[in-house]
Design a protein around this ligand. Structure first.
Ligand SMILES: [Ca+2]
Ligand SMILES: [Ca+2]
Length: 486
């Protein structure tokens, strides 16, 4: 009996301790500062009360594939659901939702617990933006997470003040961040064939965005094991020929054959740290210089994340083909995201940012995952929750996107009471200092990363129509998708 009771109490203690730690881990900013909770929304109220603290876009969006409406933001059962629909409205083929806080914040710890919508092609964002006339620093956008189903986290810091024109005549702006794929493995793809195939050429196609290819290797059939795809060329055994090494390579982007370019050889130069990448569907063909018996093809794909020395950004889909002199045959393929071992639409995760005068520090479930210097984000911003549909977020599948939703359990903001430059502006009680900024908050942009400012303005025009859907809002607007994304 005593033993049972001891077990019971031990179990209770374990539950209590683990609950305590999970609370510490997932619902508190890091220790060491004088944090005060200044905003907290659990979405534990009737739907119509969402408008007490939040504004909503109501109109088309020039830079994405959906118009966004208050109707698509639904509070029920303790959470906020931003719902995608396949329906024509606002001159666009799909609808979704984007909301932002009436309150504005400068500096603090921003936390949101949410699940992604269970659909590729959707952008599940928790973010901050200030594109008004900022008194200090520059216009900015901090994407704490632009999540893509099933398992991608995308962090980005945009500078919306400074622009330049690249060698292709495209207008560019500063953007720096990191994308994480929580599933591992795809960067190291080694396709060993049981039965060798005769091939004079191999072809790799991928629609991943970005498609980063560091090395492609083609080996004969051997009895032993093949080297790791990420090893350096000089680590390959002397008696094992890599037919692809230094072979002629040709590239098509978005179906268009490209002129020869020295950068293509980065895909078969033997150096796993060099790569070629494309943001549009990529097709790479390697000429093996005559028919070879091919026993293994390796693809090494990824971008090194310097902080931890890990490769990220894998190919999420591919088709690998061989040419036998007469016809092409597929020998391996991967459907988009089907290698995912983590599904961020299934479980709530906590995404967070500490923003102070010096740093931007990003967290997942209480653990730091990325950090940047804060060199220009010094103006107050609302907190945005947005769902968007865009073709940079994976393939468009109408069946899965219709009715899919991003589900937000809560949003919390703390500020450091010792950081005197922090600002909390409340539209009901605006302080003098923040009043002008607060004024600007009534014209939010409601846009996502990679949208040019004019596109944000177009979204802002839509947002300014909040709560009154004018007939003009239904007129199609000229679209110009993601000219700037990097
Ligand atoms: Ca390389
Ligand atoms: Ca909740």
């Amino acid at each position: 009996m005593k033993a049972c009771r001891r077990v019971f109490f031990s179990a209770c203690a374990v539950v209590a301790i683990s609950t305590f730690f999970s609370m510490r881990l997932f619902a508190d900013p890091p220790a060491g500062k004088n944090w005060k909770l200044v905003f907290h929304d659990d979405f534990d109220y009737p739907n119509e009360r969402l408008d007490d603290a939040w504004l909503s876009q109501n109109g088309p969006s020039g830079h994405i594939l959906c118009s966004r409406w208050r109707d698509n933001a639904v509070v029920e059962n303790g959470s906020l659901k931003l719902v995608n629909k396949k329906e024509k409205r606002g001159g666009q083929e799909y609808t979704s939702a984007s909301v932002w806080t009436k309150k504005m914040f400068r500096y603090g710890y921003f936390e949101c617990r949410y699940k992604y919508s269970k659909a590729t092609f959707s952008n599940n964002s928790f973010w901050l933006i200030q594109t008004g006339n900022v008194a200090e620093g520059k216009k900015f956008e901090i994407d704490i997470n632009e999540g893509h189903y099933p398992d991608e986290i995308n962090i980005n810091l945009h500078n919306w003040s400074d622009f330049w024109t690249d060698e292709n005549g495209k207008k560019r702006h500063g953007a720096e961040g990191m994308n994480f794929c929580l599933s591992a493995g795809m960067q190291n793809k080694s396709i060993a064939l049981d039965v060798p195939v005769r091939a004079s050429k191999i072809r790799l196609r991928s629609a991943s965005k970005p498609a980063i290819i560091n090395e492609i290797r083609v080996f004969p059939k051997i009895s032993g094991s093949y080297p790791s795809p990420d090893c350096a060329e000089d680590a390959i055994p002397m008696n094992l020929e890599n037919y692809a090494f230094g072979a002629p390579i040709s590239v098509s982007v978005d179906g268009k054959p490209q002129e020869q370019n020295a950068s293509y050889s980065k895909m078969n130069d033997g150096d796993p740290s060099t790569s070629f990448s494309a943001w549009k569907p990529l097709c790479v063909e390697i000429d093996l210089g005559g028919l070879k018996d091919v026993g293994c093809i390796q693809i090494f794909s990824g971008k090194i994340r310097k902080e931890v020395g890990e490769y990220q950004s894998f190919l999420r889909d591919y088709v690998l083909e061989v040419f036998d002199g007469n016809k092409w045959s597929v020998i391996s393929s991967l459907e988009y995201g089907s290698d995912a071992k983590v599904d961020l639409s299934e479980t709530f995760r906590v995404y967070a940012l500490e923003w102070n005068e010096q740093d931007l520090i990003y967290y997942l479930d209480g653990k730091e995952i990325f950090r940047q210097k804060n060199e220009f984000c010094f103006a107050p911003s609302s907190v945005y929750l947005s769902l968007a549909l865009g073709n940079w977020c994976g393939p468009i599948i109408d069946e899965s996107v219709d009715g899919s939703f991003m589900e937000v359990d809560y949003v919390k903001v703390w500020q450091d009471e010792d950081l005197k430059t922090s600002i909390l502006s409340d539209p009901k009680r605006p302080d003098k200092k923040a009043a002008s900024s607060s004024q600007k908050s009534s014209k939010p942009s409601g846009s996502e990363a990679n949208a040019a400012p004019e596109k944000q303005q177009s979204a802002a025009d839509g947002a300014a129509n909040a709560k009154k859907e004018s007939p003009a809002a239904n007129k199609p607007k000229k679209r110009n998708f993601f000219k700037n994304f990097q």
